[in-house]
Design a protein around this ligand. Sequence first.
Ligand code: NAI
Length: 434
Amino acid sequence: ETAYVKNKVKDISLAAWGRKEIELAEAEMPGLMALRKEYGPSKILKGARIAGCLHMTIQTAVLIETLIELGAEVTWSSCNIFSTQDHAAAAIADAGISVYAWKGMNEKEFDWCIEQTLFFGEDRKPLNMILDDGGDLTNMVFDKYPELIAGINGLSEETTTGVHRLYERMKAGTLPMPAINVNDSVTKSKFDNKYGCRESLVDAIRRATDVMMAGKVAVVCGYGDVGKGSADSLRNAGVRVIVTEIDPICALQAAMEGFEVKKLTTAIKEADIVVTATGNKNIVREQHFRALKDKAIVCNIGHFDNEIDMAWLNGAYGSTKNEIKPQVDKYTVDGKDIIILAEGRLVNLGCATGHPSFVMSNSFTNQTLAQIELWTNDDAYENKVYTLPKHLDEKVARLHLEKIGVELEVLDQDQAEYIGVTVEGPFKPEYYRY
Ligand code: NAI
C-alpha cells in the first residue's frame, strides 16, 4: 500500500474551464443523463468502490460523475500518458474526486497513477469494482495485487485490445472474476470505434500538422471498426485512401466501399499519411520507414504504441528525433523526414481531444450498465467474459434517439409475430451482425 495522496493533476486552476465544458458535454450525453434520472434516486451503486482507468477527458468526467450520482465512490487514472485533458482532470479533482492524471506523464508516473486508484480515502479501503480501458489496471490488480481479487465483484472493459486480453485469460483459465466486454455491445464498437474515429482522426492530424488533407494519399492499416471509421474520416476530407488488411472479408469490404486494397510495401511509396488501426504490433517498421516519401506523416489510432516500430526510430536507427511541438516529432531516415504524431500512441487522444461527447455517451452508457449489472447481480456471473444482453444494447441506442430527432416505427402485434419478435424487442437474433 502506498501513502495516501488525494489527487494529482497538472493545474487545479483549470477547474472552472473544465466545469463549463463538462456542462456542455452533458447536453450531448443523453444516455448518461437518463441513467442519472433512472438510477440516481435509489443510489443503485451505493457501496461500490470503482477504480477506473480510462482516458481522463471531458466525456469521461461525465461518466465519473454519473457513477457518483448513482452512489459509487470513484478513483480515476488515465489509460494513456497523453490522453488526459488537464481541465477535465482539474474539474474532477475540484469536485473532491480522487483523480491521478495529467497530459504528458512518463511511464513510471503512469503506473504510479494507476496504483493510487486501488485504495480509497484516508482509511485506504481497497477497490471492489474495476472499470478499465485496455487492461492496464486489470493487469496491475491481477499480477501485482492478487490479494485484492477476492474483494472485487467484477470488471468492465472498454476496448478491443483489452477485451482480447480478457478472452485469452478466460481461455487459459486464469480469469479470476466476471468481466463484461463493453466493446462488443453493438452500440459501442459499431459507433465509438467507427463513427468516433470518423470524427476524431482527421481532427487529430489537422490539429497536429495543419496539413492540407484534400488531394493527399493515405494508407489505413487495418479495416476493422476503427479502420472503417478512419478510412471514412480521410475520404470525407478529400484524401485518396488505400487500405491494408490480412482478413479477406475486411479486405473485400474495403474494396466494396471503393478503397484500393494493397500490401503496405506497395502502398507505402505513395503515402503522404499512414495510419495504423490494427490492434496488432510491428505494422510500420524499418523497411516502410525507408520507403516513405519525404515529410510523410505517420500515426497510430490503435490502443497501444507498438503498431509503429518506435523502438527502431528511437534506438536502432540512431535517434534523429526533433520535436516540432508536443506530440509532433520529425525524424530523418535516409535523408528524408518523417513526421510522427503522439510518439506512436493513439493519435486522436494524443493530438486532439478524442471522440465527441455524443458517441462517447453510447459507450459510457454501456459502461455504466455493465457496472450496475456486476455490482447488483454478480452472483449470476461466473469467471467468464460476457457481453451485455441485447435488450440493454437496444436501450442504449433508444436513449440517444430523441436528441437527434429520430422517429422510430412501432410494430403492431401482427407484424411482430410475422417476423418472430415482440413489439418491445429485442428486434434481432444474437447472430445478427448489423
Ligand atoms: P478490429 O479487430 O475490428 O480491427 C482490426 C483489424 O486489423 C482487423 O480487421 C484485422 O484483420 C486487421 N489487422 C490485423 N493485423 C493486421 C496487419 N498486420 N495488417 C493489416 N491489417 C491487420 O479492432 P478495432 O475495434 O478496429 O480496434 C483496433 C484498435 O483500436 C484496438 O487496439 C482498439 O483497442 C483500438 N481502439 C481505439 C480507439 C480510439 O479512439 N483511438 C477506439 C476504439 C478502439
